[in-house]
Write a protein that binds this ligand. Structure first.
Ligand code: NAD
Length: 440
């Protein structure tokens, strides 16, 4: 590869396709070597990566390791432990009319060259988790980090080629022009994480080549708080899930949905929980992050007067700081309720009762996650049966995404396709049907 002129997208894809066709990526030994390489990179350079995450998002080192670096390491270990078992062909019963000497099974075939396009909010986790899944499934991969997290994009672009087979894995940095050029190429799968507007661009580009896609999108994930729930626990868990990464988490609780009486009792509990977590002055807390850029800062600052201030509200544009903020008495028509917030603002919206909450949720786009805080089995059962969301969390936001044995993905406006653990193998493979009947 000539280092002085960047390789053109068409050349990158044909180089990787040649490697894939050679069969090099298929043996399980090659796959596990890539996963071990990735693991080695993360363990040897954890501090460099954490420093980049701090530069891009003000992420504390604890948060960087917990939600990004160690998250990916756990996913690698889980995959290494189970890969042989996941790849095993699965026998299928054969109907009598085909003959009792016939056998049938399914086998996982890698797809070819996969494009992974990642966003900026968890720029390590959301690039490397799909990349490792695609490699475990035996594919070649083009990885496109987000240009909005430039320090992380830079460190990964420098490190990945040192630890992975560069004939099968390429990192292409850049923004809209570079991604547009990549999308014009023929990939065998496109895995996109980000917003729905770009998701539609990706889907249109993929249609040209009949390329299958996963779209990992976002949306407004509600948190329903039932009458009688322990509000001190609820507030602690909501504050933890909402204000992680300054609210820039795709599965963060977007807003609270509850009855008016519970809302009033929850308000002081949320104020207390925020103060316990980040102190009376969160801007001085080393654990509290910053907004990614001025555009998102301005967007979020304009939402702060969408309701009555319970706590927070402070901002500092120079450091892209927005205080962890809770707003009460929020009208469903207020600006903060129109789009995914994707920042540290938690509105409380009231509904009369459970029926009102179910109606409210079903009147809107299917969310990436729904969280429910209740002691009632009936409430749990009704919300599980009568609403649709990418994931459903009873009593604890965010945690379902850390369970490698659960598929992670959206539905409707929150996306299509899923991954993590064995679901990544399903996503990045073709499950081929095979039938065999002896000639004799
Ligand atoms: P972003 O701006 O970093 O964009 C994502 C990727 O799309 C980047 O790599 C970017 O270069 C590329 N891109 C941007 N514009 C493009 C264009 N016109 N054509 C082609 N490619 C383009 O990230 P974002 O979209 O701001 O991310 C935030 C959104 O992502 C939120 O809605 C959030 O909920 C969602 N999200 C979802 C998940 C999930 O797993 N479901 C995870 C994180 C974020």
């Amino acid at each position: 590869m000539n280092q002085s002129t960047p390789e053109q997208p068409a050349d990158v894809v044909s180089r990787l396709r040649a490697t894939f066709r050679s069969g090099r990526t298929k043996p399980v030994e090659w796959r596990t070597a890539q996963l071990n390489g990735l693991r080695e990179m993360l363990t040897s350079h954890g501090d460099d990566i954490a420093a980049a995450l701090h530069a891009d998002l003000g992420k504390s080192s604890t948060e960087a390791f917990r939600t990004e670096i160690d998250f990916v390491i756990r996913e690698i270990d889980h995959t290494l432990e189970h890969l042989d078992e996941w790849l095993r062909p699965e026998p299928a019963p054969v109907p009598a009319y085909v003959g009792d000497d016939a056998t049938a099974w399914t086998q996982y075939d890698p797809l070819g060259v996969v494009l992974v396009i990642a966003p900026w909010n968890y720029p390590v986790q959301l690039l490397l988790t799909p990349v490792l899944g695609a490699l475990a499934a035996g594919n070649a991969v083009v990885a496109k980090p987000s240009e909005l997290a430039p320090a992380t994009s830079g460190v990964l672009t420098r490190l990945l080629p040192q630890y992975l087979d560069t004939d099968a894995v390429a990192v292409v940095e850049g923004g809209v022009p570079e991604t547009t050029a990549l999308l014009a190429e023929h990939f065998d799968y496109i895995f996109y994480t980000g917003n729905g507007t770009v998701g539609r661009i990706v889907l249109r580009a993929a249609a040209e080549h009949l390329t299958p896609v996963a779209l990992e999108l976002g949306g407004k994930s509600p948190a329903f708080v039932d009458r009688g729930a322990d509000l001190s626990v609820v507030a602690d868990r909501l504050a933890r899930g909402k204000f992680l990464n300054a609210g820039q988490t795709c599965v963060a609780p977007d807003y609270v949905l509850t009855d008016p009486e519970t809302a009033r009792a929850l308000e002081p509990e949320l104020a207390r929980a925020v103060e316990e977590r980040f102190g009376a002055e969160p801007r001085t807390s080393t654990e509290y992050g910053r907004i990614i850029n001025e555009r998102h800062f301005d967007r979020l600052a304009s939402l702060l007067d969408s309701g009555r201030l319970v706590t927070g509200g402070g901002t500092d544009r120079a450091t892209k700081y927005i205080a962890p903020t809770v707003l009460a008495d929020v009208d469903p028509k207020a600006p903060v309720m129109q789009e995914e917030i994707f920042g540290p603002i938690l509105p409380i919206v009231t509904v009369p009762d459970l029926d009102g909450a179910i109606g409210f949720i079903n009147d809107r786009d299917k969310p990436l996650a729904l969280y429910v805080f209740t002691e009632s089995d009936t409430t749990r059962e009704r919300l599980a049966a009568e609403t649709s969301s990418g994931g459903l969390g009873f009593g604890l936001p965010l945690a379902h995404l850390t369970v490698s044995d659960l598929p992670f993905g959206g539905v409707g406006e929150s996306g299509m396709g899923n991954y993590h653990g064995r679901y990544s193998i399903e996503t990045f493979s073709h499950r081929k049907a095979v039938l065999q009947k002896p000639l004799g």
